[in-house]
Design a protein around this ligand. Structure first.
Ligand SMILES: Cc1cc2nc3c(=O)[nH]c(=O)nc-3n(C[C@H](O)[C@H](O)[C@H](O)COP(=O)(O)OP(=O)(O)OC[C@H]3O[C@@H](n4cnc5c(N)ncnc54)[C@H](O)[C@@H]3O)c2cc1C
Length: 321
C-alpha cells in the first residue's frame, strides 16, 4: 500500500510533467457508469502518446498500485476509494481511422484509439459502409476495455473482429515507453477475459471490416439499439453483473430464484433484466456489493450454481487491483 507521502510525491512528479492532466482526490463516481465509489488518490488523463510515455516513466519510478480505466462501464469502485494511480486515455486516443479507397482497399481494417467509445466506432464504421462492428453499438465501453474484456453481444465477440492491438505496460522497466503491437491471437481472448495485465494499456486496436451498403449496416445498428432499449434498463449500472454459467444464463437463474426487484439500500435487481443491478439516486457502492453477494448466495442456495461476477469490483478494501 502506498503511503500518503509516496502518493504526494507521485502526484508531484506527474504534475511537473503533465500539469493539466493530473488530479488528486477525483471522485470515481464521475468516472463510471455506476456513478458510485470513493476518491482516487491520483488520476492522470493521457491525451497523446508523449503524455502516456511520461506516465510510464513516472509510474516505473514510483511503482504505485495502478488501475487503467476506459469508460468505467464494467467497474465498481468501493466507497473507500483507491490509494493508487488511475490512468485514463483521451484526446488523440479517441481517433478513428477508416480505410480510404475503392472496394478492394476497403476490405481491410478500421483502426481506433483505446479511448474510442464502442458505440461511436460502430456508428462511424456503419455509415462508411464498413460491416462487422455493428454489435459494438450496444456496449457502452471503450476500445481498450473491449480488448481487455473481449466484450461481446448479439452473437459476436471482440476476438472475432480484432486483428491487432498496441499495448504499453506502464510498469515494465525492461520495455521502452512505446506500445508493442500484439496480434489478436497473442492475447488469449476468452469469455470476457484476456491475458492483459493490470499495468497494460491498450492504446490502439485494429479491427477487420468488410464493405457493405451503408444503409444495410445502419439498419443493423438501429435494430441492435432497438433490441437493447426493449430488453435492458437505462440508468446507473454496469451491464451484466455475473458471467453466464456454461449452457445457462445468469439472468434466467436470478429471475427463476424470484430475485427481480430485490433491493439492498439504493441498489436494485432490475425488474427489466435480472442480471443488471441498478444503483438508484443515493446508492452507495456498499449497497451494490452487498446486493451482488446476496444474489450470489440465494442463487447458490436455490440451484447449487455459484455465479461468477463479470463486474470488476475495485478499491482499497477489495484486494483489487
Ligand atoms: C448498459 C451496459 C450494457 C453492457 N453490455 C455489455 C455487453 O453486451 N457485452 C459486454 O461484453 N459488456 C457489456 N457491458 C460491460 C462493459 O461495457 C464492457 O465490459 C466494456 O468492454 C468495458 O469497457 P470500459 O472501457 O468501460 O472498461 P472499464 O469498465 O473502464 O474497465 C474494464 C476493464 O478493462 C480494463 N481497461 C479499460 N480500458 C483499458 C485500456 N485502454 N487498456 C487496458 N485495459 C483497459 C480495466 O482495467 C478493467 O480491467 C455493458 C455495460 C453497460 C453499462
Amino acid at each position: 500500500m502506498s503511503t500518503s507521502a509516496d502518493l504526494a510525491s507521485l502526484a508531484g512528479d506527474l504534475r511537473d510533467r503533465l500539469p493539466d492532466a493530473t488530479t488528486e482526490g477525483a471522485s470515481f463516481a464521475e468516472l463510471s457508469t455506476y456513478r458510485v465509489g470513493g476518491p482516487v488518490a491520483v488520476l492522470v488523463r493521457a491525451h497523446d502518446v508523449g503524455a502516456l510515455s511520461a506516465v510510464a516513466e513516472v509510474a516505473r519510478r514510483h511503482r504505485p498500485r495502478l488501475l487503467v480505466i476506459g469508460r468505467g462501464s464494467n467497474l465498481l469502485m468501493s466507497d473507500v476509494g483507491f490509494s493508487g494511480l488511475v490512468v485514463l486515455l483521451e484526446g488523440e486516443f479517441e481517433a478513428i481511422e477508416l480505410p480510404a479507397g475503392g472496394t478492394a482497399e476497403r476490405e481491410s481494417s478500421v483502426r481506433a484509439g483505446g479511448a474510442v467509445p464502442l458505440p461511436v466506432l460502430a456508428r462511424r464504421s456503419a455509415s462508411a459502409g464498413l460491416a462487422g462492428l455493428e454489435f459494438f453499438v450496444g456496449i457502452p465501453g471503450s476500445v481498450g476495455g473491449a480488448v481487455r474484456m473481449n466484450a461481446g453481444g448479439h452473437g459476436r465477440e471482440t476476438v472475432e473482429v480484432l486483428q491487432r492491438a498496441w499495448v504499453l505496460d506502464l510498469l515494465d522497466e525492461t520495455a521502452d515507453a512505446t506500445a508493442r503491437a500484439c496480434m489478436a491471437g497473442d492475447l488469449d481472448l476468452g469469455y470476457r477475459r484476456s491475458n492483459l495485465r493490470g499495468s497494460d494499456v491498450v492504446t490502439t486496436a485494429e479491427f477487420a471490416v468488410t464493405p457493405d451498403d451503408p444503409g444495410t449496416c445502419e439498419a443493423r445498428v438501429a435494430e441492435i439499439v432497438r433490441w437493447r432499449r426493449e430488453h435492458q434498463p437505462g440508468g446507473q449500472n454496469a451491464g451484466s453483473v455475473f458471467r453466464n454459467p456454461p449452457g445457462d444464463s445468469a439472468g434466467r437463474l436470478i429471475d427463476a430464484a424470484g430475485l427481480k426487484g430485490m433491493r439492498v439500500g439504493g441498489a436494485v435487481v432490475s425488474p427489466k433484466h435480472a442480471n443488471f443491478f441498478q444503483a438508484e439516486e443515493g446508492a452507495t457502492a456498499r449497497d451494490v456489493i452487498d446486493l451482488v453477494g446476496e444474489v450470489q448466495r440465494r442463487v447458490a442456495e436455490a440451484t447449487g450454481i455459484d455465479l461468477v461476477p463479470e463486474l470488476h469490483v475495485v478499491g482499497d478494501d477489495t484486494g483489487s487491483p
